[in-house]
Design a protein around this ligand. Structure first.
Ligand code: TXA
Ligand code: MG
Length: 347
């Protein structure tokens, strides 16, 4: 993998212009969105998109979300039906990703679709992200800017700890206001399917377009092409994570929630003492990261109510609680090179 002297630039006109220039030349740039930091590449450049997989050490052909500065910019690439139009009008710019049928002649790399005939599209709310996107003038493919299997970054320093030396530039726009990934909704078929709970609560989507199906993890392990973030250990911290904790031990780190945090843990961070889901979502990944860096026997997480953003928080906690696969069982680190070689057979 090419080595870079990674720079972190606070967002400014000049920094955005530089980011846009790098992206236009096929380089990867990390940037803030309202959800989490993204690792961006020109979505029309096969090699740039393939390098995302290399830099993240992503072991599989997961499809990628394409980011646009406006709904109108996305309209030329995918087919919006009535449901999609309604949802885009209600929630864009914002943390909702729509999986829609690719339009004929769509020039976006087939690697973004992982061989499917659908494409995930989203218009981020962060001003600096949309500024960057309009300057590039091309759709930007961007997964979360973490190495595969790690927690999504919600601050520029997190991105640096994940990708230092692997990319030329991180655009620093402070901590992400939402702190949790976008909701991914599949509208490529007749039934609307919730692929990933996220920043827009499913209740708000259902209020507009009716009941949603939820994606079941297929028994044959073919999840990579079907649903997002479905690798069992997608969000795994290094320490074991225990859910629904009713008590905490003196060797544990406690991820608390609400006005009555458990006592007795070695260290404690409270997602939201006032029980506010928005505050809890914004703190989730930063707190998991912080607790994971402590010398403790494990992390105990108190229950979070299963409503609104709480669904997305619980989804991430459940994934993080699944033990990491054996390092030996993981696929080779040169997955990106392998991908580049296989590009021909995909297109
Ligand atoms: O908030 C977010 O969505 C962030 C920011 C950077 O925009 N992005 C993000 O990307 O979380 P990523 O790659 O970490 O997760 C996107 C998920 C993937 O797990 C992928 O499987 C799913 O969306 N996805 C993308 N395109 C898809 C498609 N065509 N069909 C089904 N799932 C798709
Ligand atoms: Mg991710």
């Amino acid at each position: 993998m090419e080595a870079y002297d990674t720079r972190i630039l606070p967002v400014s006109e000049a920094a955005l212009a530089e980011g846009a220039a790098l992206l236009s030349h096929g380089e990867l740039v990390a940037f803030a969105t309202e959800t989490v930091y993204g690792l961006g590449a020109d979505a029309t450049n096969d090699t740039a998109v393939a390098r995302i997989f290399e830099v993240k050490e992503r072991p599989r052909f997961n499809p990628l979300i394409c980011h646009f500065p406006s709904g109108a910019a996305a309209a030329g690439k995918v087919h919006f039906d009535e449901r999609a139009r309604q949802l885009a009008a209600a929630f864009w710019p914002g943390p909702l990703t729509l999986v829609l049928p690719r339009l004929h002649g769509c020039r976006i790399s087939l690697l973004c679709s992982a061989g499917l005939d659908s494409l995930a599209v989203r218009v981020p709310a962060q001003d600096s992200a949309r500024g960057l996107l309009s300057r590039v003038g091309r759709p930007i493919a961007a997964p979360s800017a973490n190495r595969s299997g790690n927690i999504s970054p919600t601050a520029a320093a997190h991105v640096a700890s994940e990708l230092n030396g692997r990319i030329p530039l991180i655009l620093d726009d402070g901590p992400c206001p939402l702190g949790l990934e976008s909701t991914v909704l599949d509208l490529s078929g007749e039934a609307a399917r919730l692929l990933r709970p996220g920043g827009v609560p499913s209740e708000e989507i259902e209020a507009l377009i009716g009941p949603l199906e939820t994606a079941e993890t297929p028994a044959d392990g073919s999840e990579a092409l079907l649903g997002p973030g479905r690798l069992a250990s997608h969000y795994a911290p290094e320490h074991p994570l225990r859910l629904e904790a009713q008590q905490a031990t003196a060797t544990e780190a406690l991820l608390a929630f609400g006005s009555e945090p458990l006592t007795g843990a070695k260290v404690m961070l409270n997602l939201s003492p006032g029980g506010d889901m928005v505050e809890a979502a914004a703190n989730l990944y930063a707190f998991l990261r912080a607790l994971d860096s402590m010398e403790v026997s494990g992390i105990a997480a108190m229950p979070v109510p299963e409503r609104g953003l709480g669904r997305a928080i619980n989804d991430r906690l459940r994934r993080a609680a699944v033990p990491r696969p054996d390092a030996a069982a993981e696929e080779p680190r040169n997955a990106g090179e392998e991908l580049l070689r296989n590009l021909g057979s995909l297109s």
